[in-house]
Design a protein around this ligand. Structure first.
Ligand code: 5GP
Length: 128
């Protein structure tokens, strides 16, 4: 069965899209640690990041780099944390999280509850 992220990429499940090309898709995490928390996913469905072929893995980092620059520009954060967990969804993905302090990337923290309007506004800013 297709992963939830493949279904998002296919448009079967809605998402707040930030960017897309022929190989990768970026969208806002629905349970964000901070405004701008974005997931970068390869369209190719592979569970473990380091099982991706070298070309896809390298391309994914370059794709994430562009999104990270936009997150930094729009949030004014010190740096964008790049985190790979993958314990919940078995489809490789990179978390890009605006960060000013190491506590900003504590996944045990309570997640933000944003309205659709807030998600739309962030996605719109990050898509430029
Ligand atoms: P991980 O697999 O890296 O441990 O966690 C998966 C991440 O994907 C979580 O941060 C979770 O909030 C996010 N996530 C899970 N399902 C969905 C979904 O349907 N839509 C969006 N936008 N994010 C999701």
């Amino acid at each position: 069965m297709a992963s939830i992220f493949s279904r998002i990429i296919a448009g079967e499940i809605p998402s707040y899209k930030v960017a897309e090309d022929d190989r990768f898709y970026a969208f806002l995490d629905i349970n964000p640690l901070a405004k701008g928390h974005t997931l970068v996913v390869p369209k190719k469905e592979v569970d473990y990041l380091y099982d991706l072929d070298d070309e896809t893995l390298a391309g994914m980092i370059l794709f994430a780099k562009k999104i990270a620059a936009r997150i930094r520009r729009e949030t004014g954060c010190k740096k964008v944390a790049t985190v790979v967990l993958g314990l919940e969804v078995p489809h490789a993905h990179i978390h890009l999280i605006p960060m000013n302090d190491e506590n900003d990337v504590d996944f045990h923290k309570e997640k933000l509850s944003l309205t659709p309007e807030e998600f739309n506004e962030i996605a719109e800013k990050l898509s430029r």
